[in-house]
Ligand binder design. Structure first.
Ligand code: HEM
Ligand code: HEM
Length: 188
């Protein structure tokens, strides 16, 4: 398999980045939810927060690499006959998902930075990630936390649509081609 994308398929780098970010991102949603559901057990809640923040920073770093990679790569071409509206919907969903992989960790970082608790973010117990230079207040924390939650649950809905479309095309190749990110049944 090629490192780079070709005219018809995603290359190794795009595939590795897609699946690592996808798995980590999907795991973050229940993990973020659990940080809210464990308030009666502060020791466990602290650990869950540190895991959530560490994984989120890892996603942020990978997302930056991935966006740079994606901007400098060709996109595999659709075969002629693909409906332009469907092609456009897929491209918009991909752009929205990429944006979410930046915006959600950044709003999370803003919650940690504005929180009056000022709990340090220990990145996988290796280094402390500094807070963003933002004014600390309960109201700022509340706003970023609302935004973070809305974006995260919105992204969850988008992922369900995106994965549904992918599986649909994997089973029904006559409705349009995938480019190797998922295996696809051959066209009849
Ligand atoms: C792709 C990355 C991330 C995803 C998908 C994600 C998702 C979530 C979700 C679903 C919640 C629960 C929201 C709720 O029900 O109220 C949450 C909470 C939270 N997340 Fe994230 N998160 C990500 C990254 C981060 C990062 C990088 C940080 C901090 C450095 C962070 C800090 C927090 C905090 C502090 C909360 C508790 C929010 C609150 O006070 O309401 N998150 N996250
Ligand atoms: C089980 C979940 C998922 C499945 C089955 C899946 C499947 C796919 C497939 C088959 C493609 C290639 C479409 C084509 O051939 O034209 C693709 C592309 C893409 N997916 Fe997913 N995906 C999943 C989760 C995610 C998640 C969680 C994200 C982002 C957070 C994401 C973001 C993207 C993006 C941005 C592309 C465009 C190509 C790229 O830049 O890598 N996917 N996905």
């Amino acid at each position: 398999m090629m490192w780079r994308n070709t005219r018809t398929a995603y290359g190794l780098v795009s595939r590795l980045l897609h699946w690592t970010v996808a798995l980590l991102f999907i795991a973050q949603i229940p993990l973020g939810f659990l940080t809210q559901a464990t308030a009666q057990n502060p020791a466990l809640q602290f650990d869950l927060y540190q895991w959530h923040k560490s994984t989120g920073f890892l996603i942020l770093a990978l997302a930056i690499l991935r966006i740079l990679w994606s901007l400098t790569s060709r996109k595999p071409k659709e075969p002629s006959g693909t409906k332009p509206t469907m092609q456009c919907a897929a491209h918009m969903a991909h752009a929205a998902l990429l944006t979410m992989t930046l915006a959600i960790p950044l709003t999370g970082w803003a919650i940690a930075s504005t929180s009056p608790l000022q709990i340090p973010s220990f990145f996988f117990d290796l280094v402390v990630i500094p807070n963003l230079p933002m004014a600390v207040s309960d109201s700022a924390e509340a706003i970023w936390s609302q935004l973070h939650a809305w974006l995260a649950y919105g992204a969850a809905a988008l992922i369900v649509m995106h994965a549904g479309a992918a599986v649909f095309h994997a089973i029904r190749p006559e409705a349009g081609s995938l480019h190797g990110m998922l295996p696809q049944r051959s066209r009849r």
